[in-house]
Each structure stands twice: as structure tokens, then as C-alpha cells.
Design a protein around this ligand. Structure first.
Ligand code: NI
Length: 148
């Protein structure tokens, strides 16, 4: 019995330590993204917004690790969705990467969104650079790289 209580006390202490180690951050999100996040929360059964963010960050980490491992010459497809008012940004970015963009398809979606599909061929480093330009731009709604 005493052993059980000791184990429980140790367990509670570890739990408290792990809770204290989590950092609280404040962040800003556009209303539309917040609504999407809340929809995800209920659809996927997350217990709270923090859980959704943690899962999202974990996915981004594993996705980035996977992409970082790429090397050599690659064939790939880059899919980007953005709002129509971001077209000038996309034009600027794509002109800097003409050496790896073979084909580009531009199509219009609902809600004044644009879909870009880039067929790429080139060095993995260049492809990663292009992806980074889109990923770090807050005007982009969706970015996905598919490596052939
Ligand atoms: Ni467009």
C-alpha cells in the first residue's frame, strides 16, 4: 500500500513537472483560420485548440524533416492555393525560379481563390528554396510538394 502511494506521488510529481514545462504562448490568427481550426477540433475530436495546434506543428515538423532529406535532381509537382490578390507575389516568386519551373497551370477556384500547379525539375536545394518562399508567405493558403 505504501509502495502504491509512493508510486502515485512520484507519478503526480512527474505530471506536474511536465505540465509546468509546457510554455504558454499567445498568437494571432485570422478569423477564417480560427473558424477552420474550430471545425477541425470538433470533426477530429481534439480536446481543445492547443491540441489542434500541437498536432499541426508536429505534422509540419515531420513534413519538413521529410523534405530536408531530399537531395539530387528531382521531378516534382508543387501545388499552391492562394487568394486572387496574391497573384503579384506568385509572379514575383516564379520569375526567380524559372530555371526549375517546366510548366505552370493557373486555374480559378471558388471564393476568389487561385490554384497553381508547377511541374518542377531541378536540384532539390532549388526546389526547397522555392517551397520556402511560398511557405513563409502569409498570403498562401495551401502548399503541397509531391515528389515523383
Ligand atoms: Ni488567378
Amino acid at each position: 500500500m505504501l509502495l502504491l502511494i509512493t508510486i502515485m506521488i512520484i507519478f503526480i510529481n512527474l505530471l506536474l513537472i511536465s505540465i509546468c514545462m509546457a510554455k504558454i504562448i499567445s498568437m494571432s490568427l485570422p478569423e477564417s483560420l480560427l473558424q477552420e481550426m474550430d471545425r477541425l477540433k470538433s470533426d477530429l475530436g481534439f480536446s481543445g485548440r492547443s491540441e489542434v495546434i500541437r498536432a499541426g506543428v508536429r505534422m509540419l515538423i515531420s513534413d519538413t524533416r521529410e523534405k530536408q532529406g531530399l537531395s539530387g535532381k528531382l521531378d516534382s509537382i508543387l501545388i499552391v492555393i492562394h487568394s486572387q490578390n496574391a497573384e503579384d507575389v506568385v509572379t514575383q516568386i516564379k520569375h526567380k525560379f524559372e530555371d526549375i519551373i517546366n510548366t505552370q497551370i493557373h486555374s480559378h477556384l471558388k471564393d476568389e481563390k487561385c490554384l497553381e500547379i508547377f511541374a518542377l525539375y531541378g536540384d532539390a536545394t532549388r526546389i526547397k528554396q522555392l517551397m520556402k518562399q511560398f511557405q513563409t508567405n502569409r498570403k498562401m493558403d495551401y502548399i503541397k510538394l509531391v515528389v515523383a
